[in-house]
Design a protein around this ligand. Structure first.
Ligand SMILES: Cc1cc2nc3c(=O)[nH]c(=O)nc-3n(C[C@H](O)[C@H](O)[C@H](O)COP(=O)(O)O)c2cc1C
Ligand SMILES: [Mn+2]
Length: 476
């Protein structure tokens, strides 16, 4: 049975012992962010703040819903101990059987409705997440709904929202994202505002799908339905022609005016640093806010691994790349994006079919919507388990030629968040990309390839068998 809403998910985590209720009063100003951060850095249960300084007891904050693989597995309705590879397989399976949402007339997100002058986003205990952030961020765990003006295609994504004032928020939807692309290339081109609806605190798997790098034209809500095994219930908005999950905790409706830019950021980011500049970025003028009684504001405290986005991308992004490469006929056997590498690095394992297959893999990834932001790719042979970091480091150190095995393209598109980027690169979103080829060259003689000195490869089967039996005799 899928979760009906965030609250049912919280109840389940409570049963699993994976929530820390915090009854003491906590300050929205940095303190909540610091506690969530601590839970991320130690892999601890998700903090659930019951009392926020200066706010009524009815307002609560829930931090890092999916910051561990275990919580993501639970959200997907899987065995809590499922592996990354298993979650990837489940995600890819669901994608084959999309389930369209249904529209309902009533839902808890309409329990309170504020429009026009009544809108005040600071009625919620919006956190100042990190010291040095450009402001308080109401959107660090939510989903954004928008529509293509030509085809009517509805897109979900997650793009951060900083508060400018009580009814204006920022949005960072990079040009390569669907919302960012549709806004600049379609709405601004015809000088029309773009409507946006933001659902804060929907059922967690909906947020997971919103952040998945699904291709253009695919509606994330259909994939969410597939993972749930039941359609998502949507409800129409009050002031925009969009629909949101009916059980969302808080819904923000508004529009992005063409060509409007307001200084936004900085913010502690998924790369583990506060690297991108404060910069004029698009904004959303809020027309209505609706919310449940006793609303739960969801938040993350982005930064060094492991946070929600690192866990999510180790499943969805890596699975998308796997499917993409397989779809191009490349005999890839696994793709991993270790949470520790902030999805700036992916590892691809392949049964080498021809010389320099690593080049094909890298170019397919870099030319794709979901892979153009990944500056590092490690290509290993299928005898290396791409999900085992020790195996990957061993392959990198022993099979990648320090000169011929490392290939760099100097001037490519970039995201401006890379901690190593200089000021010019950050401002113009330019940067290098590198792939590491950890495969034995196809043009080597078989006798030139060193034999691996492992138990499995360098001993005759009977000697290996005997060695194992000897150990077993000693009780190992
Ligand atoms: C917690 C979290 C925060 C994110 N914040 C942003 C953001 O501020 N800007 C952005 O462009 N992408 C952000 N992303 C990544 C996008 O959600 C992701 O690229 C998604 O695929 C975008 O949807 P789209 O492909 O439909 O455009 C974030 C992801 C997560 C998990
Ligand atoms: Mn999309």
């Amino acid at each position: 049975m899928p979760f009906k809403d965030l609250r049912e998910f919280i109840d389940r985590l409570e049963k699993e012992g994976d929530i820390q209720r915090i009854e003491e009063e906590v300050d929205w100003n940095l303190e909540a962010g610091a506690i969530v951060r601590h839970s991320n850095e130690r892999g601890l249960p998700a903090p659930f703040f019951q009392k926020i300084k200066g706010y009524p007891e009815s307002c609560k904050i829930f931090g890092s819903p999916l910051a561990t693989l275990r919580r993501l597995a639970i959200a997907m309705g899987m065995n809590p101990n499922a592996s990354t590879r298993e979650l990837q397989a489940e995600y890819l399976k669901a994608k084959k059987h999309p389930i369209k949402p249904v529209l309902v007339k009533d839902g808890p997100c309409k329990e309170n409705i504020h429009t026009g002058d009544e809108v005040d986003l600071l009625e919620f205990p919006v956190p100042m997440v990190h010291e040095g952030d450009g402001g308080r961020f109401i959107g660090t765990w939510h989903l954004d709904v928008s529509k293509d003006p030509d085809s009517g295609w509805v897109n979900w994504g997650m793009y951060r929202h900083m508060i400018h004032n009580k009814n204006t928020i920022g949005i960072v939807a990079d040009p390569y994202t669907h919302l960012g692309g549709v806004y600049t290339q379609k709405y601004e081109a015809i000088n029309k505002p773009m409507e946006v609806a933001i659902a804060v605190g929907p059922e967690p798997i909906l947020t997971f799908c919103a952040t998945s790098p699904l291709p253009y034209g695919v509606s994330e809500v259909d994939i969410a339905g597939a993972i749930r095994g039941e359609p998502v219930e949507l409800i129409g908005c009050e002031t925009v022609d969009l629909a949101v999950p009916a059980t969302s905790e808080i819904v923000i409706e508004g529009e992005m005016r063409p060509c409007e830019r307001i200084d936004e950021g900085p913010f502690g980011e998924y790369t583990g640093y506060m690297a991108a500049l404060r910069y004029p970025r698009p904004a959303i003028r809020v027309k209505a806010v609706t919310h449940r009684n006793n609303p739960i504001l969801t938040m993350t405290s982005m930064g060094i691994p492991v946070t929600d986005d690192h866990v999510i991308m180790s499943v969805s992004l890596a699975a998308e790349l796997y499917e993409l490469l397989r779809g191009r006929g490349l005999p890839v056997t696994g793709v991993s994006a270790f949470p520790e590498t902030c999805y700036l690095l992916v590892v691809v394992a392949v049964k080498v079919p021809f010389a320099n297959v690593a080049w094909d893999i890298a170019t397919v990834i870099w030319a794709s919507r979901c892979g153009n932001t990944i500056p590092y790719i490690i290509v290993v042979e299928d005898d290396t388990d791409p999900f085992n970091m020790s195996d990957v480091l061993f392959a990198l150190a022993t099979k990648c030629h320090p000169h011929r095995g490392i290939h760099t393209l100097e001037q490519t598109s970039a995201i401006g968040f890379e901690p190593w980027a200089d000021r010019h690169e950050r401002e113009y979103l330019i940067g290098p990309k590198t792939y590491f080829d950890c495969t034995w060259p196809v043009d080597w003689e078989p006798s030139d390839i060193p034999k691996k000195a492992s138990l499995n490869q360098i001993y005759p089967a009977e000697v290996r068998q005997k060695a194992l039996e000897t150990w077993r005799k000693y009780g190992y």
